[in-house]
Design a protein around this ligand. Structure first.
Ligand code: PHE
Length: 494
């Protein structure tokens, strides 16, 4: 502020001045004066400002050396001693000798003797010289182009010693609200200003409606979430209800035992499953159901011979990171069986599961499973194939093949292969089956209720959809966030 006031006080005395002259008088840089004018203008009509264009001559770099050490021709003249010197010496030792030599010749400062022995010799023709070029350039450098002739100007321009620059200045005079004391305008209107009424006497900075706003920081959906929402949409269209999958920690009981997976099954090994050390075991189980599961494993029942082994509670209690969302399906089916009257249901879930696998380009220790199930009376394998066909049709996969497979909890079981039109080949897209009576009957579901189910990973279709070859480019610390920002929403071709 103080700077600006000095400036205004000066203006107060003289009425009007060009910014270039003002810079000279105050002995400050012109740009600083221009900055001060702009600041004062933003406050109000303190100044009247008129823009002016100027042309100005300035020395080129070559011009500056001439101004400092003399013109090329003068340097040549000075290099010639009173008793002469060989031309070759001059050419070799004087900077810009070629042009200097010819200028000095035409100025009549030197002469040449071609007849002398040992090559042409140069002699002084006058005793002393006046280096007008240097003097003029010094003048231009100090004062601008005040008193040199057009002929000189043109010559120096041709010799590239000076060059024309364009300059904008401002002629300033007192404005309507001229004052020599200015206060910084307020930027914010505060509650105090309003309640005290002081706002009425204050100066406010004008709004700049052209200023760019701060770009809003906004979230972006990860490709997995984009694809997940499409799968969810398909399930919802087909009348499925989403299962609550919000706990990653599960007891071995619900993850394995309830699914008729024997306790010595290799999947229940630490090589395949993550076990929790704290809390290492779970305790709240529906005990009468647990007893039935135990019986089914160790003795069998309902026409099944079971596995015939010593079923252990400690094994069932072990807490793990769930290895599949089928654990949630088991919980939901058990819950359904507890209802008074059986009712058919269609359930789905899409959530994270964990497996202690070797990591490579397509496997991580965690991934997402998409799972669907239908429970109703007298369903058949044909129903399962039909629903799967309907489901994948909505994903744009029309050709399906089924291959017999094995799951401890389904019989029969089928791997699902689909013909991927984009990749032009058959790819494995899921696993499916009819839940075994050994799983459903201990829950208390009626004997004629059949549950058909299928599952697939979310990662695989996402990688195919977004053309990602390495799963580490999709999840984990190496993910390129720009990829997340830039990828479009997922639209499955229907
Ligand atoms: N739980 C199976 C898996 O982990 C998927 C599946 C779900 C299979 C339902 C059959 C029925 O691969």
């Amino acid at each position: 502020m103080a700077d600006l006031e000095v400036f205004l006080q000066h203006l107060d005395k003289i009425n009007g001045i060009d910014s270039l002259d003002l810079a000279k008088t105050l002995n400050v840089d012109h740009q600083k004066v221009v900055g001060a004018i702009k600041s004062i203008q933003s406050i109000g009509e303190i100044l009247k400002v008129e823009q002016r264009q100027h042309k100005k001559w300035e020395l080129t770099d070559e011009g500056k050396t001439v101004a400092a050490s003399g013109s090329h021709e003068a340097l040549v003249f000075q290099a010639v001693p009173p008793d002469g010197i060989s031309q070759a010496y001059i050419m070799k030792n004087v900077p810009n000798a070629k042009i200097g030599f010819s200028k000095a010749m035409s100025a009549g400062w030197i002469r040449m003797d071609k007849s002398s022995e040992g090559g042409p010799k140069v002699f002084r023709k006058v005793e002393s010289i006046d280096d007008l070029v240097q003097q003029c350039l010094v003048k231009i450098q100090k004062l601008g182009l005040d008193d040199i002739t057009d002929a000189q100007k043109n010559e120096y321009k041709k010799r590239k010693l000076i060059t024309e620059v364009k300059l904008t200045s401002y002629f300033i005079s007192k404005g309507e609200h001229f004052t020599t004391s200015i206060s910084k305008p307020h930027v914010d209107l505060t509650a105090e200003m309003i309640s005290s009424g002081s706002w009425q006497d204050l100066q406010f900075k004008a709004y700049n409606f052209n200023a760019l706003g701060v770009p809003p920081t906004c979230g972006h959906l990860h490709p997995l979430l984009k694809v997940r929402s499409q799968y969810r949409q398909i399930f919802l269209e087909m009348g499925f209800t989403e299962m609550p999958t919000n706990n990653f920690i599960e007891s071995s009981f619900w993850n394995f035992d309830a699914l008729f997976q024997p306790q010595q099954h290799p999947a229940r090994d630490a090589h395949d499953t993550f076990f929790l050390s704290d809390p290492a075991s779970a305790h709240a189980f529906p005990m009468d159901y647990l007893e039935k599961v135990k019986k089914m494993h160790s003795e069998g029942g309902h026409g099944s011979q079971g596995y015939n082994y010593d079923w252990k509670m400690e094994e069932a209690e072990k807490n793990i990171l769930r290895t599949h969302t089928t654990a949630v399906s088991a919980r939901m089916l058990y819950k359904l069986a507890q209802e008074k009257e059986f009712r058919p249901v269609k359930y789905f879930s899409i959530d994270r599961v964990f497996r202690n696998e070797n990591l490579d380009a397509t496997h991580l220790a965690e991934f997402h499973q998409i799972e669907g199930l239908i429970a109703d009376r007298l369903l058949t394998l044909g129903d399962l194939m039909g629903v799967i066909k309907e489901f994948f049709k909505k994903l744009g996969i029309f050709k399906l093949r089924f291959k017999p497979a094995y799951n401890p909890y389904t019989e029969p079981s089928m791997e699902i292969f689909g013909y991927h039109e984009g990749l032009g080949k058959w790819v494995e897209i899921g696993n499916s089956g009819v839940f075994r009576p050994e799983m459903l009957l201990p829950m208390g579901l009626p004997e004629d209720v059949v549950v058909i189910a299928w599952g697939l990973s979310l990662e695989r279709p996402t990688m195919i959809k977004y053309g990602i070859n390495n799963i580490r480019d999709l999840i984990g610390p190496k993910v390129n966030l720009q990829m997340v920002y830039d990828n479009p929403i997922c639209r499955l071709d229907k």
